[in-house]
Design a protein around this ligand. Structure first.
Ligand SMILES: Nc1ncnc2c1ncn2[C@@H]1O[C@H](COP(=O)(O)OP(=O)(O)OP(=O)(O)O)[C@@H](O)[C@H]1O
Ligand SMILES: [Mg+2]
Length: 232
């Protein structure tokens, strides 16, 4: 099967600081891939590199056969990459409805009706300020906002961070439903139990390099290696 995304030899810099030294990751259509690694390994930087948010990047980022490495920042989303950053980016003084409309919708994006089917609680809170939402609701709003733009690949940076276990479960349920609809995801996650409930394959990242990869059913066999690299 043709890869949806093929990242090859991706390097990235913040100013003079060389952080990514060669990231090789593939995501097949409909697949969920998790990036795991200790703090500072370069997980967030990898997602930011894909969105062209670093000061400099090199390598190849081939999406559906087209290399995006020279694509300007403002055109990345239109190529089907939808980024949900760790800090979520909810504007606290804008309403939920206004937050939802901040990103331009593309033809392929979810309709409001589809969004509210997935996120009924957001519909109930459309008039509330973003700042009044719970952490879980803010995370859902951040995901919903990106789904309206019609991504073919969802990039999620630690979607469960700081959320109570029952909310983590809801987010997991939601992401599995999106996956069941065929949406591909590249997930950064420190909560390994959560990642195991969602990901088809894992990549280990260490010091800005991919140190290994394995399928979900090979997780146990790789547990020692994961512990050594992730430090759990
Ligand atoms: N804006 C920045 N300017 C300079 N260096 C940065 C910047 N952001 C991150 N770094 C450095 O880049 C490296 C990779 O950081 P990154 O945020 O990608 O790690 P991470 O794997 O996402 O870690 P965490 O699990 O803590 O989120 C670290 O050494 C970090 O200090
Ligand atoms: Mg990070």
């Amino acid at each position: 099967m043709t890869d949806l995304l093929n990242i090859c030899g991706l390097q990235g810099w913040y100013g003079e600081s060389h952080v990514l030294h060669g990231i090789n990751v593939t995501v097949r259509p409909g697949e969920t891939v998790a990036l795991i690694g200790r703090n500072g390994a370069g997980k967030t930087t990898t997602l930011r590199a894909l969105m062209n948010l670093l000061d400099k990047r090199e390598g190849a980022i081939v999406m559906d056969g087209q290399d995006l490495i020279n694509l300007p920042r403002h055109r990345v989303a239109a190529q089907g990459l939808g980024y949900v950053p760790e800090e979520r980016g909810i504007f606290t003084t804008l309403s939920v409805a206004e937050n939802l409309r901040l990103l331009p919708r593309t033809g392929e994006g979810m309709s409001d009706a589809q969004i509210f089917e997935f996120f009924p609680n957001l519909q109930e809170r459309l008039a509330s300020d973003g700042g009044k939402l719970s952490g879980g609701e803010q995370q859902m709003l951040a995901i919903a906002r990106v789904l309206r733009t019609g991504p073919r690949l969802l990039l999620l940076d630690e979607p469960t961070e700081g959320l109570a276990p029952v909310i983590v479960q809801r987010i997991g349920h939601l992401l599995r439903a999106l996956k069941a609809q065929g949406l591909a995801m590249l997930l950064v996650e420190q909560n390994l139990a959560f990642a195991r409930g969602l990901a088809d394959r894992f990549y280990l990242i260490e010091n800005g390099r991919i140190a290994g990869s394995f399928a979900n059913d090979e997780f146990e066999a790789n547990a020692e290696r994961v512990a050594a690299i992730v430090g759990v």
